[in-house]
Design a protein around this ligand. Structure first.
Ligand SMILES: C[S@@+](CC[C@H](N)C(=O)[O-])C[C@H]1O[C@@H](n2cnc3c(N)ncnc32)[C@H](O)[C@@H]1O
Length: 220
């Protein structure tokens, strides 16, 4: 049976090129600051620890938009059968170099071949905010279909209203992408519409370094 299609974002190629361009700087940031390293962000880590416990034994876990694989490796250390996928080949080069024990592939969240009812957990860790507003619900539905009964989705993303057109990121690297901001309640509604049951929501106020965020967990 063919899988229901997800619309491909018109800006996918420029978003890919942009993340290829920032990948080296992003990896430096994770290595040299507390930003982006889940081990150094206690509330992020706590949420991921609960997720790891919840999905253990349910099936494989996919880290979608894994970047350089920091979260993928964190979950692998916790004994999970986890792999990562990212739009940016350069991010995946870094992930493979930094975490050779994990499996990574290049691909878009909008074009994943996810067999129905086959994944114990799916992670979308600050990696879904570039998806156009009409595409994110389709991607969430594809995640919902892919999870086993009781399987868990954890997403983290930027909170706010409207869209930010970015022309530079991570210390001045030129990029072209749009950050779509979401209110937590809007995301909860999307997750429910996708057929998932929200189980937890952690709101993270701006802390001077990064803007407000939310972590949402839902189960199939
Ligand atoms: C802010 S980084 C976060 C990376 C990683 N999740 C982390 O926490 O370090 C956003 C990532 O999302 C990826 N990304 C953006 N759009 C994507 C898409 N359509 N499919 C897969 N990955 C995507 C980017 O390439 C980038 O690696």
């Amino acid at each position: 049976m063919s899988r229901p299609s997800v619309a491909q974002p018109a800006d996918l190629d420029v978003v890919r090129d942009s993340y290829d361009r920032v990948a080296d700087t992003y990896v430096d940031m994770v290595a040299t600051t507390s930003l982006g390293d889940i081990r150094l962000m206690p509330w992020h880590r706590a949420a991921m620890d609960v997720f790891a416990d919840a999905v253990r034994g349910l099936g494989p876990v996919l880290d979608v938009g894994c970047g350089p694989g920091t979260v993928t490796a964190y979950l692998a250390e916790r004994g999970l059968d986890v792999s990562g996928v990212d739009l940016s080949p350069r991010m995946i080069e870094h992930a493979r170099r930094l975490h050779p024990e994990c499996t990574f592939s290049v691909g878009s969240s909008t074009d994943l071949d996810l067999a129905e009812g086959s994944w114990g957990g799916i992670v979308g860790w600050w990696s879904l905010f570039n998806l156009p507003r009409l595409v994110l619900p389709q991607v969430l539905s594809s995640f919902a279909r892919a999870l086993v009964p009781g399987g868990q989705l954890i997403i983290g993303t930027h909170v706010g209203n409207g869209d930010l057109v970015r022309t530079e990121a991570y210390g001045g690297v030129p990029v072209r992408w749009t950050t779509h901001l979401w209110q937590p309640d809007q995301l909860v509604a999307l997750v429910e519409q996708a057929g998932l049951q929200p189980t937890a929501e952690l709101r993270l106020p701006a802390d001077g370094q990064i803007g407000p965020g939310v972590i949402l967990v839902a189960k199939a």
